[in-house]
Design a binder for this molecule. Structure first.
Ligand code: WTA
Length: 654
């Protein structure tokens, strides 16, 4: 067995990994590919700034930059002096061209309703909303929170903010009132754009009511714009709340796009880190737009005739970069779907692909593993022949899932691009250019042209073959520019592990003899549940917030579908009973504090947690317990019997 085999690899997949099989695209694919000349890797390496400047030239700038890069680690500035507008690049330049009436968004709601917006339609809507937002007194640099279901207005809201230079911060619609409140307060947003509700698995998710709860403690919010989606009864606060359809009725059709400095902030997006408080990752305009435009075009081999479908939610960075800014800047036609893949049946995605002739499909390994479990009858019953390229993002894809995706969804004809990147990186950094880099199932392959990634040891020595920490060793245009309001955390989290401006990704990875990168997951206290990042500390804070809890430790344990699941070890205060009812109460408490994505799948009550003599909780041992493994080294524990007792108890309960 190869070293890289996952423990659950079946015989077919093991054999394939053993022979180090590389999947190449067909000659037909290659002859039409967007990038066919491998020299691009070398030329980008030789003159990285020149490479990125040429990419930036593909955007329309109101004013050209006078310097490509200023790098004072860890602070980078790209395309200094340049002026542009993201919404202008996504809309105005297309409506001046033959794309004017091309479909931009083909949207399907979960109940089956459908809307298609051409570039012209989208342009009109964005302009009107931009004027409406302006009429509420929102100005360039102000923060606007967006809390929406997956409906076209979510995209419109983001672009309307970008048009007037307001900074959007999108909060995933599955987050709780408390999580929404924390983000609004951290960003000090003055406007919230939301909807009455959205549909998920046949239910209405009452977003406005959740937002109302959040807003009780958000004095900074002066106005709320509400899209009518589900006709749910909502409490309206006169003066503060406005219906979207009313406020956009009597405004002008055109709003001048604000010329933004290349380094002006486009958005803030909160993501989990290793402390209890989420980080507001800052992205600016010129470098970000350059990199998302390029990577959408190159990695997905995007052509004008393609129908692109990224299944992410706009609440995550994948939705920002590969639903909104990357595809629209390229003039792509996209499908957006509001709901769940198994509603009303487990073939909803495949039906959508067949219905709209989707040619490029981008989803997450957790979804692929669920499809595998549901069986091949579902995709086999639908015509998937329009597909020509598949993508994966969000977590390591296990070789089995890769092979299944390639075989049953791609009919062994579609290249599969496994794309590694992060909220912080803004755009895809490690992925194949499909016509140039053959794919190995389970490997994100190689850094893209213009990107420099290495595997380093703890003390910064480069590993040419083998495992270590994934590091980015030179700046790239879409890199985060900071953490909103917390420069110190920015420096400590990403830049202090090694000297000289080397970025620490928080991921472990291996490099094989062919120079392929194999991502191994997080090495910090962040877990990746179904492709969503959640900090263990965040969940621990939510648990100890409950009056019955004395102490809590949370770890990620392997899960067949979600990649990782959340296991919580909880010590209760005296006088509380550790029963099923308490378990449910605590799970619900976490859902209320953060959202259902953070619901622990297991809670184990324990009188003590395994700690070192200095009082540090040994999570490694908790992971051993949670995954049913033999216990690792216990010699540093203050009391080694604690973990033995825990293990016995856990084995009995599972
Ligand atoms: C993980 C999502 C392996 C990784 C775009 C990273 C991946 C974190 C991959 C970022 C991949 C993302 N292979 N792991 N192709 N893509 N990850 O910020 O651990 O939500 O650090 O960005 O997801 O998650 P985030």
């Amino acid at each position: 067995m190869s070293q890289l085999d996952p423990p659950n690899a079946n015989a077919e997949v093991s054999a394939l990994l053993e022979e180090n099989r590389i999947f190449h695209c067909s000659n037909e694919f290659k002859s039409h590919a967007v990038v066919k000349n491998a020299d691009i890797y070398q030329s980008a390496r030789e003159n990285r700034e020149n490479f990125w400047a040429e990419c930036a030239n593909k955007l329309e700038w109101f004013q050209k930059w006078n310097k490509v890069l200023e790098w004072k680690p860890p602070y980078a500035k790209w395309f200094i002096g340049g002026k542009l507008n993201a919404s202008y690049n996504c809309l105005d330049r297309h409506i001046k061209a033959p794309l004017r009436n091309k479909a931009a968004l083909i949207w399907e709601g979960e109940p089956g309703d459908q809307r298609t917006l051409t570039y012209w339609d989208l342009y009109r809507e964005v302009n009107k909303l931009a004027n409406a937002i302006k009429s509420l007194g929102v100005k360039k640099g102000d923060r606007v929170a967006i809390y929406m279901p997956m409906i076209p207005e979510a995209v419109i809201a983001m672009l309307a903010c970008a048009r007037i230079g307001a900074i959007h911060t999108v909060v995933f619609g599955g987050f709780s009132a408390e999580a929404l409140k924390d983000r609004i307060l951290d960003a000090q947003a003055n406007l919230l754009i939301t909807a009455d509700g959205g549909y998920r698995r046949g239910n209405v998710i009452a977003l406005k009511n959740t937002a109302n709860n959040a807003l009780k403690d958000c004095p900074c919010i002066k106005n709320v714009i509400v899209v009518k989606r589900t006709n749910t009864n909502v409490d309206f606060q006169p003066g503060r709340d406005h219906w979207y359809h009313e406020i956009t009725k009597s405004v002008a059709d055109y709003c001048e796009p604000e010329p933004m400095d290349s380094e002006d902030i486009l958005y803030i997006l909160y993501t989990s880190g290793t402390t209890g408080k989420p980080k507001g990752v800052i992205h600016t305009t010129g470098g970000y737009m350059t990199a998302v435009t390029l990577t959408t075009h190159w990695v997905f081999d995007l052509k004008p005739e393609d129908v692109f479908w990224c299944t992410a939610d706009v609440g995550w960075v994948t939705g920002h970069s590969y639903i909104v800014y990357g595809p629209l800047s390229n003039g792509a036609t996209q499908v957006i779907y509001e709901g769940s893949p198994d509603w009303p049946e487990r073939n909803r995605f495949w039906k959508i692909i067949a219905k709209y002739g989707v040619s490029i499909f981008y989803t997450a390994p957790t979804a692929i593993r669920a499809f595998m479990k549901w069986g091949t009858d579902w995709p086999e019953g639908c015509d998937l022949s329009s597909l020509r390229l598949l993508g994966s993002v969000g977590e390591p894809i296990n070789p089995e899932a890769w092979i299944w995706y390639h075989k049953y969804i791609g009919r062994e004809k579609c290249p599969v691009v496994d794309t590694w990147w992060q909220t912080e990186t803004g755009s895809i950094l490690i992925a194949p250019l499909p016509a140039l880099i053959g794919q190995k199932p389970g490997s994100a392959t190689k850094p893209l042209p213009g990107i420099e990634a290495k595997i380093l040891t703890e003390n910064g020595t480069e590993i040419k073959e083998g495992g270590g920490y994934l590091a980015l060793t030179s700046p790239w245009p879409s890199m985060l520019r900071g953490i909103y309001g917390d420069a110190q955390r920015f420096e400590e989290t990403y830049w202090n592990k090694w000297p000289n401006g080397i970025y620490f990704t928080g991921d472990g990875a291996k490099l094989d003899a062919d120079g392929y990168f194999w991502l191994l997951g997080r090495v910090d206290d962040v877990i990746n549940v179904a492709g969503h990042r959640i900090g263990t500390m965040e969940i621990e804070s939510a648990l100890v917030d409950h009056p019955a809890v004395a102490e809590a430790a949370v770890v990620g344990i392997a899960d067949e579908i979600k990649g990782q699941a959340i296991a919580a070890f909880v010590t209760l205060k005296e006088g509380n009973t550790s029963d099923k009812k308490m378990e449910d109460t605590l799970k619900q408490h976490v859902v209320e504090k953060i959202g259902s994505i953070a619901r622990p799948s297991k809670i184990l009550f324990t009188a003590d947690l395994p700690k070192t003599r200095s009082g540090k909780i040994m999570r490694r041992l908790l992971r051993d317990v949670g995954e049913g493994r033999a216990l690792g080294d216990v010699t540093t524990l203050a009391d080694s019997s604690v973990v033995e007792t825990l293990k016995k108890k856990y084995e009995k309960e599972t």
